[in-house]
Design a protein around this ligand. Structure first.
Ligand code: OGA
Ligand code: MN
Length: 300
């Protein structure tokens, strides 16, 4: 049976059905890769991939970013391996709640992510969707004045800052995601390394803009984010067990939707590393930050 591609009726995203991923032919892989670059997010319902199949799928897109030493696939879940549901005091629970803010994965790391592949194993009866937003279309929709205003701006990205802003203060080393004080500096407008399309590179980890007062930067970043994440640029995926979605972190934001956190929700996440030529950013030290050091554009 051949692959069927169905539009999500948004500015981005396509649903692919008709075949299990491990059975894709080389020609079909070419079609899938072209679709990834054209549509920026691929939804593949009811694939029921094993962890190894999930990893092999992600590896088609590039090298894996290890989220824990030695582990290519990690659970994104409010349930411990022994079945116990996490409590709000736990750092991993707080990371899940942080995921409810719009973000792009690993923008706070020196090497930002290329793509993330998220698969559903156990889903709650209600809520717990994942929402996505197309930052290419969001950039295109900006007025000329805003495009000019942000053309040469960059923002620092930090997981510690975004978690603290969400009410969860982490100490250095308490979670995946670099260190508390230095932070990568990334242009607000990112040019896609494959398609050449500009997109807004923002989200909750972005917190400071060199050359601007912090309050002004926060207001600008909030305004850009709110305006960007509107229909028809957003798609909310209602998970069923076995579904897998892969999105392009270079031009798509995502966030988890709330649910009853007393119910289990078990997802499996494999993250594809960015390419150093386009996703590596300069990281400033605390001293440089304190002195207002603003390196030149990194090209990332
Ligand atoms: C992630 C993430 C969203 C979700 O795994 O990086 O943001 O809906 N997940 O679980
Ligand atoms: Mn995420």
């Amino acid at each position: 049976m051949a692959l069927t591609m169905t539009s999500l009726d948004r500015t981005f995203g396509v649903r692919i059905t008709g075949k299990r991923i491990p059975d894709f032919t080389d020609d079909e892989w070419q079609t899938v890769m072209d679709a990834f670059h054209d549509h920026a997010a691929l939804v593949l319902p009811e694939q029921f991939l094993t962890a190894d199949e999930h990893i092999a799928f992600a590896e088609r897109f590039g090298d894996i970013e290890y989220l824990r030493p030695g582990e290519k696939a990690i659970p994104v879940s409010n349930q411990h391996a022994d079945g116990k549901i996490m409590t709000p005091e736990e750092k991993r629970y707080q990371t899940l709640r942080g995921n409810e803010g719009w973000h792009t994965d690993s923008s706070y790391m020196p090497l930002a992510s290329k793509a993330s592949a998220l698969a559903a194993e156990v889903v709650p009866a209600e809520g717990g969707e994942t929402e996505f937003a197309d930052m290419r279309a969001a950039y295109d929709a900006l007025d000329a004045a805003t495009k000019a205003e942000i053309a040469d701006l960059s923002a620092y990205h930090s997981l510690y800052k975004s978690q603290a802003k969400a009410g969860f203060t982490f100490k250095t080393g308490e979670a995946y995601g670099y260190h508390a004080e230095g932070a990568p500096l990334r242009p607000l407008v990112k040019v896609h390394p494959v398609t050449g399309r500009p997109s807004l590179f923002i989200g909750r980890h972005a917190y400071r803009i060199p050359g601007m007062e912090d309050a002004d930067a926060a207001a600008l970043l909030d305004r850009l984010l709110t305006d960007a994440c509107q229909m028809p640029r957003t798609y909310r995926h209602q998970w069923r067990p076995g579904d897998i979605v892969i999105w392009d972190n270079r031009c798509v934001l995502h966030r988890a939707c709330p649910y009853d956190y007393d119910q289990p929700r078990v997802m499996r996440h494999v993250r594809v590393a960015g390419d150093p030529a386009s996703e590596l950013a300069l990281v400033t030290t605390p001293d440089e930050l304190a002195n207002g050091f603003a390196p030149a554009r990194s090209g990332a």
